[in-house]
Design a protein around this ligand. Structure first.
Ligand code: GRF
Length: 202
């Protein structure tokens, strides 16, 4: 069985879904380690409560990315835990070269919108303001450009007239918890090829 490593910064609901799906056998993977840039992340407590390895790593100066020497410690720790696939689950940093080079084509992210619509932050609010009738979530490979890598899978939810960012986020989150596991299973199985930007099941 392959090992995943999950990078988190906060609440950890996607991580929790991943852990539950590992425990019930829906997700065919081992959880090598969970790493957070935030000491107080609820995600670290969830990890410990389930008996998995939870690690806080100093993120260095306050920036939206990690300086190379700090990102290298993330790489080292993931390698020490024999991680095959890195899964970002609410990790609030832009991924740079040290990680991208060390885990080429082996980093996934989940985003709460239908990319390429609404990359970045506060995307539920943006979707409501724009007036789209459907939104959803996307699991994609991580590349140098933010929220722009090849798409593994997506799920669609309706945007209702009386939605607030919170109600829409909750509807999307339910789908996130389902499709992240699906996407990880696809990627770990190796039963796909990448043709241009297209991830095609084989
Ligand atoms: C999720 O909406 C995810 O799509 C985005 O950040 C949020 C993390 O939530 N990247 P959680 O920490 O998994 O609960």
């Amino acid at each position: 069985m392959k090992n995943i490593g999950v990078l988190v910064s906060g609440r950890g609901s996607n991580l929790e879904a991943i852990i539950k799906n590992i425990e019930n056998g829906t997700l065919q993977a081992n959880l090598g380690c969970v790493i957070s840039d935030n000491k107080d992340a609820r995600a670290l407590q969830i990890t410990r409560d389930h008996g998995f390895k939870a690690i806080w790593l100093d993120p260095g100066p306050k920036k939206t990315w990690l300086l190379p020497e700090y990102e290298e410690t993330y790489v080292k720790t993931l390698k020490e835990h024999n991680v095959d696939l890195v899964c970002l689950a609410g990790f609030m940093r832009i991924i740079k070269k040290p990680l991208l080079d060390a885990f080429k084509g082996r980093i996934l992210n989940i985003h709460p919108a239908l990319l390429p619509s609404f990359p970045g932050l506060e995307v539920q609010q943006k979707a409501i303001e724009y007036g789209v009738k459907f939104s959803g979530c996307t699991v994609h490979f991580v590349s140098e450009d933010v929220d722009a890598g090849a798409i593994v899978t997506q799920a669609v939810v309706p945007v209702l007239d009386d939605d607030t960012p919170e109600t829409l986020a909750a509807r999307i989150l339910k789908e996130e918890h389902r499709i992240y596991t699906e996407a990880i299973n696809i990627v770990l199985s190796g039963n796909y090829k990448i043709d241009g930007r297209r991830v095609i099941r084989i």
